[in-house]
Design a protein. Structure first.
Length: 156
């Protein structure tokens, strides 16, 4: 299999294109969190009894395994994988599952599911439970639907 042979121009073009798309995605995530870290959000308490960590590993397996196993020299393989990624991407967007991006984990964010929504935060699960138990106010910024970015209230 010559899919990693960078002397082959079509293969090289594919991998460089993929690298550019990855860099654009990273930049998008950076801009996303810069915008939501500047927003104040509303001051509220979180009273959910349980915070369940969302599993983003499935996301990695869904995208990385097909990318590494596809034959970039085969138009059929490229077309099938392209359609697969379009279908999966559409599923994530239509079902408000944008929070499943593992890049958030790389930037130090935790993703929790609770009764009142999905929380993307740098606050640990233990501290989140403690804040909830003690009725401490946090800053909550709505992203989409029931997805929120949580920050500790620094101005207690």
């Amino acid at each position: 299999m010559n899919q990693f042979n960078f002397s082959n121009k079509p293969v090289s073009f594919f991998w460089w294109g993929l690298l550019i798309l990855i860099l654009i995605s990273l930049l998008g995530c950076l801009v996303f969190f810069k915008i939501y870290n500047v927003k104040e959000g509303i001051l509220t308490n979180i009273s959910d009894a349980e915070f369940v960590r969302e599993d983003t590993m499935g996301y990695i397996v869904t995208y990385i395994v097909p990318l590494l196993s596809m034959d970039v020299n085969s138009a059929r393989s490229l077309a099938i994988n392209f359609l697969l990624f379009i279908i999966i991407g559409t599923f994530y967007v239509k079902n408000d599952q944008i929070f499943m991006n593992p890049i958030y984990n790389l930037f130090g964010y935790n993703i929790f599911s609770a009764e009142s929504g999905i929380y993307i935060t740098k606050i640990s699960k233990q501290k989140l439970k403690l804040l909830s138990k003690n009725n401490v106010m946090v800053r909550k910024t709505n992203i989409l639907g029931d997805i929120y970015v949580l920050k500790e209230n620094l101005y207690k």
